[in-house]
Design a protein around this ligand. Structure first.
Ligand SMILES: Nc1ncnc2c1ncn2[C@@H]1O[C@H](COP(=O)(O)OP(=O)(O)OP(=O)(O)O)[C@@H](O)[C@H]1O
Ligand SMILES: [Mg+2]
Length: 409
């Protein structure tokens, strides 16, 4: 059994159910604002899941390297090892506003300190990376396949004012995400993402602060779900909003499972602004040829689970075609995973984001300028970082082709 916390207060209990499932029961006294998800309002009846965990509880479970590492480290103690076991390990430190503890446990999210400046200045061959994995894996309740950890930066943490209003002054959560890469698989992935995020910001989208380590081996990103007072916003990815488990993150279409779903959860008065953001992000993903824009790489954030949800700040935009030349889109658009042309983008923008044809033109123009300007920055960076030359040059060519084939035709 696991105790589920929402905004630092107990929401209910999660346990195994029948052979392979799980069941979640709210505390009888839980008020509506303690709901664990926009998809699971507070109610008396239990929320049963026939197989595995409910998507919201599965949302932040590590997927690739980190999951395997945690499994190897903890399997011995528990014999078998399933998602509920993994949740019990990484549950105290999670993206978003939910936390998980033992039934008699208290919140003790004391993530150890690590200086971001030190990470940025250390070379890959040093011990820091092994240390980060060793020390921070268990505090990394974060999804994704790429190796990464969540850390708490000293300088940053001190800046927080722990006021009376904070419900639990003992909670000291993670402030940053450190994304690493496997050189044998995706060389220079951190720099790749760094420049894609730069293009996103230039295109007018909200992107969290991020820094690339001196040797290009790590990308350190500020958590955008962390508020100035040290508390966390609610975050739900589009697997959750589509009631799909993580295994189905590549299953669906942009029009139905992203745009239409977003419009269902975002209040009507915010559609204009938020759907424009979503459309801009989609256009950017297209132009930089990000073939990994799956359901978990879009999310909504909110302050109040029953209040207004908005499109989350941008994360995980990568030129995947730099590694997989034939890569196509992660989800379908009009039944196809082929990269869309300008005509198809226009149809999407007008039909699904409620934009006028001339508003769409402005967005396409803005993204084209953002990507080509960032391409120049990328070329300049290659002068200082020869290790990035091969991937960086390839990315420049892919982006130019992306503009040509998806924005001007
Ligand atoms: N800056 C951020 N602040 C808060 N949460 C974030 C931030 N960046 C990413 N996340 C969350 O962490 C998860 C993992 O991050 P990310 O998608 O960058 O990892 P990844 O390993 O590259 O993913 P994938 O498996 O899609 O390649 C995201 O799905 C999102 O929920
Ligand atoms: Mg991702």
């Amino acid at each position: 059994m696991i105790k589920v916390w929402s905004d630092n207060l107990v929401a209910g209990n999660l346990g195994r159910h029948q052979d392979r499932g799980s069941a979640f029961v709210y505390l009888t006294e839980a008020p509506p604002e303690r709901a664990v998800s926009m998809t699971m309002p507070v109610r008396l009846a239990s929320w049963d899941q026939a197989i595995g965990l409910h998507p919201i509880f599965e949302m932040n479970l590590p997927e690739g390297y980190l999951r395997e590492r945690l499994r190897l480290g903890f399997a011995k103690a528990t014999g078998a090892f399933d998602d509920l076991d993994l949740l019990a390990i990484v549950g105290r430190s999670q993206i978003g506003r939910l936390r998980y503890t033992a039934p008699d446990g208290e919140l003790d999210e004391e993530v150890p300190f690590l200086s971001v400046d030190e990470i940025l200045a250390t070379r890959r061959d040093g011990d820091l990376f092994a240390y980060m994995m060793e020390r921070f894996a268990r505090y990394s309740g974060i999804a994704g396949v790429q190796p990464k950890v969540m850390i708490r930066d000293e300088a940053n943490a001190k800046a927080f004012e722990y006021t009376e209003e904070r419900r639990s002054p003992s909670v000291r959560g993670a402030t940053h995400i450190v994304k690493l890469w496997d050189p044998s698989e995706y060389p220079q992935l951190a720099a790749n993402e760094y420049f894609c995020l730069m293009a996103a910001e230039r295109a007018g989208l909200a992107v969290p602060q991020r820094r690339l380590s001196d040797d290009g081996s790590a990308l350190v990103i500020d958590r955008f779900d962390l508020r100035a007072d040290g508390t966390y916003m609610g975050l739900e990815d589009f697997c959750v909003l589509n009631a799909k488990g993580t295994a189905r993150k590549y299953d669906g279409s942009y029009e139905a499972n992203i745009f239409k779903r977003a419009a269902e959860y975002i209040p009507a008065e915010l559609h204009r602004v938020e759907l424009e953001k979503l459309f801009t992000l989609f256009v950017l993903n297209t132009v930089v040829r990000n073939g990994d824009a799956h359901l978990k790489n879009f999310a909504l954030t909110y302050d109040d689970v029953n209040g207004a949800a908005r499109i989350a700040d941008v994360y995980d935009v990568v030129t995947t075609v730099a590694y997989l030349p034939k890569d196509v889109m992660a989800l379908t658009l009009n039944g196809s995973t082929r990269w869309p042309d300008a005509k198809t983008l226009k149809k999407l923008g007008t039909l699904r984001a409620g934009l006028t044809p001339s508003e769409v033109d402005v967005i396409l123009e803005r993204v084209a300028t953002a990507v080509s300007e960032t391409g120049k920055d990328m070329q300049r960076h290659i002068q200082d970082a020869p290790a990035f030359a091969e991937i960086g040059t390839r990315m420049g060519e892919i982006w130019a082709a992306g503009i040509r084939e998806s924005l001007t035709r």
